[in-house]
Design a protein around this ligand. Structure first.
Ligand code: 13P
Ligand code: SF4
Length: 334
């Protein structure tokens, strides 16, 4: 099977950010986007890491899986997916009858690209009898070759639910190591992929940020390295972070170890609290260039010109859907 080369993943292809626009231009664009969406029977979905102005214009903001499920449930026939390529692909796989648009085809994901269908085939051949668990941050082709998918929210439950004792976990090595520690009864072999945005963070940086805020609660995404997870008070997916804040009513400050776009949603939900990105520097290290490749002009043009329609070959979509549906059937506490 060949890998679809729908996106270039070239960070240089970064568009002009919507933040270059004046507030009046932004307001006009937002109104135009909403009118176009109504006229085209479209729903706008945005990931938690998207630019704040894109999150504001969206009908639903959430994590990758939540958005794909929402896309399937809503009545609209067109989904404008403001996120990265694998997320729009998952939305298409779960709602094949709908038109799914990704405003910028260059919006890829280093983690999803760290394993191809060919490299997974090779890896599987070296471990006969192992069940393959694949994180949703992966291409549809890789999902189609997997027994079941998982998210950062349900990875341990999915691994625990499988009849096989021997598991191949792909592609994220940090999430895989975390799951392996949580499910010691399984023999988990972990693939060597990672998200550079999370993998770059070290516990020393988190400790430095915490030094001036000793009472702060540390919330980390499981794509972070083990040394960071060890000092985290909460480990969860992006959307689960919003609820995790509520578990610490006494705390005022939260140190967040994930991509800085999540701060927009955290501030919306918890206006009285303070959120600091774990590296202490919004916009430098914990910055996903792919997640910032969609701006308001692109959302408008996606609706105006039907750009860019995501297609998944039927055999690949069937296989990926099977792996995703198996995941959705796993009870959360399995
Ligand atoms: P979530 O599924 O937790 O939103 O994470 C997606 C992602 O890309 C993390 O880097
Ligand atoms: Fe991919 Fe990492 Fe960006 Fe998430 S933050 S989309 S895993 S590169």
């Amino acid at each position: 099977m060949s890998l679809p080369v729908a996106h270039t993943h070239d960070p240089v292809a970064h568009p002009a950010s919507g933040s270059d626009l004046t507030p009046a231009e932004v307001a006009d664009l937002e109104a135009e986007i909403r009118a176009l969406a109504r006229a085209q029977d479209a729903v706008i979905l945005a990931h938690n890491y998207q630019l704040p102005e894109v999150q504001r214009v969206a009908d639903h903001v959430g994590d990758s899986l939540q958005l794909a499920i929402t896309g399937r449930q809503v009545a609209q026939r067109t989904i404008v997916f403001c996120g990265v390529h694998f997320m729009a692909e998952s939305a298409k796989v779960l709602a094949p009858e709908k038109r799914v648009l990704l405003p910028n085809l260059s919006a890829g994901c280093s983690l999803a690209d760290s394993i191809t269908a060919e490299s997974l085939e090779d890896w599987k051949a070296r471990y006969p009898g192992h069940a393959v668990v694949t994180y949703v941050n992966s291409t549809a082709e890789v999902k189609a070759l997997s027994d079941v998918c998982c998210t950062s929210a349900n990875a341990a439950s999915v691994v625990r639910s499988l009849p096989q004792r021997q598991i191949l976990f792909t592609p994220d090595r940090n999430l895989g190591a975390w799951v392996k520690a949580k499910v010691p009864e399984k023999e988990v072999v972990v693939y060597d992929g990672c998200c550079p945005v999370h993998d770059v963070l070290r516990s020393a940086s988190v400790t430095r940020v915490k030094a001036g805020r000793p009472d702060a609660v540390v919330i980390a995404h499981p794509e972070c390295r083990a040394d960071v997870l060890e000092i985290a008070d909460e480990i969860c997916s992006t959307t689960a972070m919003l609820a995790a804040v509520g578990k610490h009513p006494e705390a005022h400050t939260f140190i967040v170890a994930t991509e800085h776009g999540i701060v927009h949603q955290l501030r919306q939900r918890w206006p009285g609290k303070e959120f600091v990105i774990a590296d202490g520097c919004i916009g430098c290290r914990m910055h996903c260039p792919y997640m910032k490749m969609v701006d308001l002009l692109m959302v408008r043009d996606a609706l105006r010109h039907g750009k860019h329609e995501i297609t998944v070959p039927a055999d690949v979509a069937d296989g990926a859907r099977r792996a995703l549906e198996r995941m959705l059937a796993v009870p959360r506490d399995a």
